[in-house]
Design a binder for this molecule. Structure first.
Ligand code: 5RP
Length: 267
C-alpha cells in the first residue's frame, strides 16, 4: 500500500488504537432535508471536534464546513437516485479530480448486493478502487440493504466480503447477530452504521456490541444528530469506541451533557 493511501487511512482509523469515530451526515444525497440535518452547518459545527472524520457529500462540504477545518473528510461519491425511485440505481457522482481538489481522506460508495442494480454498483466500486489506487485515496464501501433483504450475517457477510474482494479498503455495514462471523470472513476493517433513530441506550449498546465483536468503529448519523443531545451522544459513542467504557458509563456521559444543555436552555 502506498504512503499516501496509508497516511489517509491513518487519518480515519486512528493508529493509536485502531479505532474510528466517523460522523455520517450524507443522508440528504437521496433523502433530501433529513430531520436533524435541515441546516447542515448548524448540526455539524458543535459535533465536529468529537468526530475523527466526517462523511458527507461535496455540496454539504462546500457550503457547511469551514475549509480551514483539519477534520478528515470521507466524501460520498455515489448517488443519482432519490427515495422516490429505485435506490440501487446509483452511479459515481464525483470525479477523482474533484476528490483530490477537495483533499478528501477517503471516498464512499454504496453497493447494493442482491438488488436490481447489483452489478452496476459493484462495477462502480471496482472502478472507484482503480481511481483511488492511482492517487492514494482509500475507498469505503457502504453495504446498502434493499427493502426485502434480511440484515443477517449471511447477507451482510456476503456483501462485506464482496466489497473486500473488489478492493475496498474499509467497509461500512450493519451490526447483526453472529457479527464475529462477518468480521472473521472480512479481511478489511469494518465500521458499523447506526441505522434509524432508536432510544439512546440502544444506540450505545449497538456501538458497544459492534466494537466488542470486532468492528473498528462506527459511522453514525441519525442516532447522533436526531438525539435530544447530539453532543452528549457523540461524546458517549466516542468514549465507547476509544476509551472502552461500558454502556452504563457512556450513558452517564450522554445524560450529563443533556443536563448541561437543559440548564443552559433554562438560563
Ligand atoms: C446513508 C449512509 C449513512 O451515512 C449511514 O447509513 C450512517 O448513518 P446512520 O447512522 O444514520 O444509519 O450511508 O446512505
Amino acid at each position: 500500500m502506498n504512503w499516501g493511501m496509508q497516511n489517509r487511512l491513518a487519518r480515519i482509523i486512528k493508529p493509536e488504537d485502531n479505532r474510528a469515530v466517523m460522523l455520517a451526515v450524507d443522508h440528504g444525497y437521496f433523502l433530501g432535508p433529513t430531520s436533524g440535518l435541515e441546516q447542515p452547518r448548524k448540526t455539524i459545527e458543535p459535533l465536529l471536534s468529537y468526530a475523527d472524520s466526517i462523511m458527507l457529500t461535496r455540496g454539504v462540504l462546500r457550503t457547511s464546513v469551514d475549509p480551514k477545518s483539519d477534520k478528515p473528510v470521507v466524501l460520498r461519491v455515489s448517488g443519482g437516485t432519490s427515495i422516490l425511485k429505485e435506490l440501487s440505481n446509483e452511479d459515481i457522482t464525483v470525479s477523482i479530480e474533484d476528490c483530490i481538489r477537495l483533499n478528501v481522506s477517503a471516498m464512499a460508495l454504496s453497493i447494493f448486493v442482491g438488488s436490481e442494480f447489483e452489478k452496476e454498483t459493484l462495477v462502480s466500486l471496482a472502478k472507484l478502487v482503480d481511481e483511488g489506487e492511482k492517487y492514494g485515496i482509500p475507498v469505503l464501501a457502504v453495504t446498502a440493504v434493499g427493502k426485502d433483504m434480511a440484515r443477517d450475517v449471511r447477507y451482510l457477510g456476503l456483501a462485506c466480503r464482496i466489497a473486500a474482494e473488489l478492493g475496498a479498503h474499509i467497509v461500512k455495514t450493519y451490526y447483526c447477530d453472529d457479527f464475529e462471523q462477518l468480521i472473521e470472513s472480512c479481511p478489511i476493517p469494518v465500521i458499523i452504521a447506526g441505522g434509524k433513530k432508536t432510544p439512546e441506550m440502544e444506540a450505545l449498546e449497538l456501538a458497544h456490541n459492534a466494537v466488542t465483536h470486532g468492528a473498528v468503529g462506527v459511522d453514525m448519523g441519525r442516532n447522533i444528530f436526531q438525539s435530544d443531545s447530539p453532543v452528549g451522544m457523540i461524546k458517549a459513542v466516542r468514549s465507547i469506541v476509544h476509551e472502552h467504557v461500558s454502556v452504563k458509563e457512556a450513558c452517564k456521559i450522554y445524560e450529563s451533557e443533556k443536563g448541561v444543555k437543559a440548564r443552559r436552555a433554562a438560563g
